[in-house]
Design a protein around this ligand. Structure first.
Ligand SMILES: Nc1ncnc2c1ncn2[C@@H]1O[C@H](COP(=O)(O)OP(=O)(O)OP(=O)(O)O)[C@@H](O)[C@H]1O
Ligand SMILES: [Mg+2]
Length: 296
């Protein structure tokens, strides 16, 4: 059964001339890791807000269509009723800090207190969440003394501790270094395999290619591609939408014209796929005969 159902969703911010989201429909099954891609202003953050129920309840504006998460219609339930079911990590972590707690540890505790988590369960959940995001030693620090990347990890830890059924992440790697990004994708991949539904807006296509089960692409508020990473990330339509291709895809595409990428082979989106494709291609370099196929 679909955990997330988006049906004909259009949304216009108050006072805006044009909709930020236009007639979007898709469903997400439990345990799927879905990536949302799109150029700046394409509507990724707006979609994340709609999935967490903040649009339309907190942002008002004009919404058409319906968003149902864990069986609850976002128009009929207050965002508080989604707490524990849906966890949203905002694009800017500074906006996520409660501003009401003195330490990193207390910041993670804050969400659990609001959820009504039993006191005796809290220490293990908090320590586990801080450990998962690599902040285990920083529990006593003020959240405001953390670096941007550490604040991003803290925002994630606060949500992870709540163990939501649906995890919505808006560009969570924006401030993370490559190691931190890999750690984050490893965490969410494991969560998805254990049954958490994960929706992640992300610019870094390389991580998506390696970890996502499915990708949807937005352009100017409309959903224009929906499919497996290999299919969506190698689509020429990404070029027109200002999203671009991974270097592996670009290299193989150039290679097709030069005879070093098999014409009937799908363009690669991961390093492994690229290496395999280039290895199997028959190289007919200028001045070389075909004897390289028979080394002796
Ligand atoms: N609070 C707001 N009021 C009015 N318009 C808004 C508001 N927030 C976003 N928009 C507009 O909605 C459209 C979609 O913005 P959104 O932030 O969802 O895009 P995005 O894909 O997340 O972009 P980015 O990659 O820059 O984060 C843009 O045209 C943006 O200017
Ligand atoms: Mg955004």
């Amino acid at each position: 059964m679909a955990v997330v159902e988006v049906q004909g969703l259009s949304y216009t911010y108050p006072g805006a001339d044009s909709p930020a989201l236009k007639d979007i429909s898709f469903q997400v099954e439990a345990g799927q890791l879905l990536a949302v891609i799109g150029a700046n202003g394409a509507g990724k953050s707006s979609l994340c807000l709609a999935l967490a129920g903040l649009i339309p309840t907190l942002f008002h504006g004009q919404m058409q269509g319906a968003v149902t998460v864990c069986g609850l219609d976002t128009r009929q339930h207050h965002p508080g009723q989604f707490a524990g079911r849906v966890g949203l990590v905002l694009q800017n972590p500074a906006n996520q800090l409660s501003g009401m707690r003195y330490t990193v540890y207390e910041e993670v505790a804050f969400g659990l207190e609001n959820l009504g988590t039993p006191r005796q369960e809290m220490p293990a959940r908090i320590e586990n969440a801080l450990q998962q995001v690599g902040l285990a030693g920083l529990g006593e620090r003020s959240p405001y003394t953390l670096s941007g990347g550490q604040q991003q990890r803290l925002a994630l830890a606060s949500i992870l501790a709540m163990q939501p059924n649906v995890l919505v992440l808006d560009e969570p790697t924006a401030m993370l270094d490559p190691q931190g990004s890999q750690a984050l994708f490893t965490i969410i991949y494991k969560l998805a395999r254990a049954g958490t539904t994960v929706i992640i807006a992300e610019h870094h296509l390389e991580w998506i290619a390696s970890f996502a089960d499915r990708v949807i692409a937005l352009a100017e508020g409309s959903l224009f591609l929906d499919g497996a990473p290999g299919e969506v990330l190698s689509s020429p339509r990404l070029l027109q939408a200002g999203i671009g291709w991974l270097r592996y895809t670009r290299a193989a595409h150039l290679g097709q014209d030069r005879g070093v990428w098999p014409v009937n082979r799908a363009l690669p989106v991961t390093l492994n796929q690229a290496v395999k494709g280039f290895q199997t291609a028959q190289l007919y370099l200028p001045g070389q005969e075909q004897d390289h196929a028979d080394p002796d």
